[in-house]
Design a protein around this ligand. Structure first.
Ligand SMILES: Nc1ncnc2c1ncn2[C@@H]1O[C@H](COP(=O)(O)OP(=O)(O)OP(=O)(O)O)[C@@H](O)[C@H]1O
Length: 261
């Protein structure tokens, strides 16, 4: 019943997977009847051993792997033809390898985050409207990069700086959902914490739903609002970090303070 329709619609999850399965050619079932909801402003971390299906989950949500059954919706729009393009516009991606164009400036890389909403000739000539340039500069400032760094080539930055650019680029498209596939895999612990803090702040300050796969259990505990543990393509734990130790004890898996989940 909907006595308060406005409140009810505000509580709708940004990301919703219902009974979603992914089967690769050759019959490998990488995801099996997966249910998941992520709310606006929530920082949700996916943990799981190698081969448990974390990457497949993120690739399926982004529309790169087709669903064999079930549905994925982002902001109420189905990630399937004919609405896939519209659903993708609600999505920002942060990649393990940063996914930057090395020969372009840092600022150009960030502005590429809104490429879908600009005419092609502007992208070709790299003639961006003033508000786009201002927004990109503002985002670079927010992720802690200076004006001087904004004008350097992307290839001249460190791994941590490159990932800051990756986050700014993802935010440039004003997404409802950010998918981050092992965004700190190649970074040292201190830089990893800076990057995860930026992602968490994006969730809290902008009300973005963030779904982030990690291998480090200690970082998941430190930053996540909710942790989903996957095994064999299924969620076997889906709760707040405080409940994880109890789950691991019941599962007879020794809790690790760092390293692979
Ligand atoms: N393109 C593919 N074709 C066939 N099988 C695949 C393909 N990609 C992944 N798989 C299989 O799907 C399962 C899940 O793989 P996935 O890469 O999603 O796991 P993961 O949890 O991300 O692993 P890792 O932590 O090692 O990256 C594995 O059994 C894997 O071998």
């Amino acid at each position: 019943m909907t006595d308060e329709p406005a409140l009810e619609s505000a509580a709708l999850p940004v990301l919703c997977l219902e009974n979603t399965s992914a089967v690769y050619a050759g019959g490998v079932v990488a995801l099996s009847r997966f249910n998941l909801e992520v709310q606006a402003g929530e920082f949700c971390v996916i943990l799981g051993p190698s081969g448990s299906g974390k990457s497949t989950l993120l690739r399926l949500i982004s529309g790169l792997v087709p669903t064999s059954s079930g549905t994925v919706t982002i902001g109420g729009i189905k990630m399937a033809p004919p609405t896939r393009r519209k659903a993708r516009q609600r999505l920002g991606m942060v990649h393990q390898d940063h996914g930057l164009i090395d020969r372009l400036s840092v600022l150009d890389n960030v502005m590429a985050g809104c490429a879908g909403s600009l005419p092609f000739w502007r992208l070709m000539l790299r003639m961006y409207p003033r508000p786009v340039v201002d927004a990109a500069c503002q985002l670079l400032d927010e992720v802690g990069l200076t004006e001087a760094q904004a004008n350097r080539r992307a290839r001249e930055l460190s791994g941590g700086q490159r990932q800051r650019v990756g986050i700014a680029r993802a935010l440039m498209g004003t997404p409802l959902l950010i998918l981050a596939d092992e965004p700190v895999a190649s970074l040292d612990p201190q830089t990893s914490r800076i990057i995860l803090a930026l992602l968490r702040r994006a969730a809290k300050d902008r009300g973005i739903a963030v779904l982030c796969s990690l291998h480090q259990m200690d970082l998941a505990r430190e930053f996540a609002d909710r942790i989903v543990v996957m095994r064999n393509g299924r969620p076997v734990f889906n709760d707040c970090p405080a409940e994880l130790s109890g789950f691991l004890e019941r599962s007879a898996i020794p809790p690790k303070r760092s390293g692979a989940a």
